[in-house]
Design a protein around this ligand. Sequence first.
Ligand SMILES: [Zn+2]
Length: 118
Amino acid sequence: MTDLERRALLGDRQAQEECTQQGVLLPCWKCGGEAEVNELHTGGKPLYTVACQKHYCGAYGAGSSSIQKAIEFWNTRPTLPVGRCGECAAYVDSKCANTGYYKSETGFCDDFAPKEDI
Ligand SMILES: [Zn+2]
């Protein structure tokens, strides 16, 4: 996985946009599996949607008449509390450098950045 993809998975909107522009499909939001663009034949204009390749998973993105848009729907996901303060680059001397508040090492926030990025 590239750094760009990792940032996109962490909820970085700009990274998600760059992935979309490059036609990169982020892994499935439900199972982590590989995704693919599907063309649905609806009888009218083609409809595209990104879906998980694992059929038992069943994860689908919203459909669009544009492949690019379908990829954008799939790649856009919210920031998740994926890291603990103790592992965050902003965590210095028991404080969060972003907010100035004292935080527990086991706390979570929605602005997590891994230490190795800095
Ligand atoms: Zn899946």
